[in-house]
Design a protein. Structure first.
Length: 161
């Protein structure tokens, strides 16, 4: 798994919207959160409502790209079901980007700063990690930190990937 402090590998992938996305070129010199997922991943189902909340809480100043390890049709259906309002990129069938980042499980999240260094990496789901990620994004975009994964919201605090 790509470690904190490492330079984020460059890549180009096609999104389900038909556009090409290239890191670092299309990141716009903004922090970028990459979320590797599979449509059959139960832990991803738990994590995406919180990931969506990150995007809603901090709508500007950073990029969020979901990277599907699935075919475009399945990824598109899953994105609609999960309410993803950000680019969903396809890394199947050869998994070239997954091989570069080496996610330990799905979901795996990598937050890269505007210079392309990995500031934060995690896999599976943990509310503690989601709140730490929210605080880091808030700091990067100059916003007030928010708790996006409250303790008593009826969801588990941890779920392995």
């Amino acid at each position: 798994m790509l470690e904190t402090g490492a330079l984020a590998p460059h890549f180009t992938l096609l999104g389900i919207d038909g556009k090409e996305y290239s890191l670092p070129n299309d990141a716009g010199e903004k922090p970028t959160l990459l979320v590797f997922f599979k449509t059959t991943c139960g832990t991803c189902d738990t994590a995406f409502p919180y990931i969506n909340r990150l995007r809603q809480t901090y709508p500007e100043g950073w990029q969020l790209w979901a990277i599907a390890q699935d075919a475009p049709r399945e990824a598109s259906q899953y994105a609609r079901k999960q309410g993803m309002q950000y680019p969903v990129l396809i890394d199947a069938p050869d998994y070239a980007v997954s091989r570069l980042y080496d996610p330990a499980a799905t979901p795996s999240l990598f937050l890269n700063n505007a210079s392309g260094r990995t500031l934060f990496a995690t896999h599976g789901f943990a509310k503690e990690d989601m709140n730490e990620l929210a605080a880091l994004i808030a700091q990067l975009v100059g916003a007030k930190p928010a708790i996006i994964a409250p303790e008593n919201d009826g969801k588990p605090a941890f779920k392995p990937g």
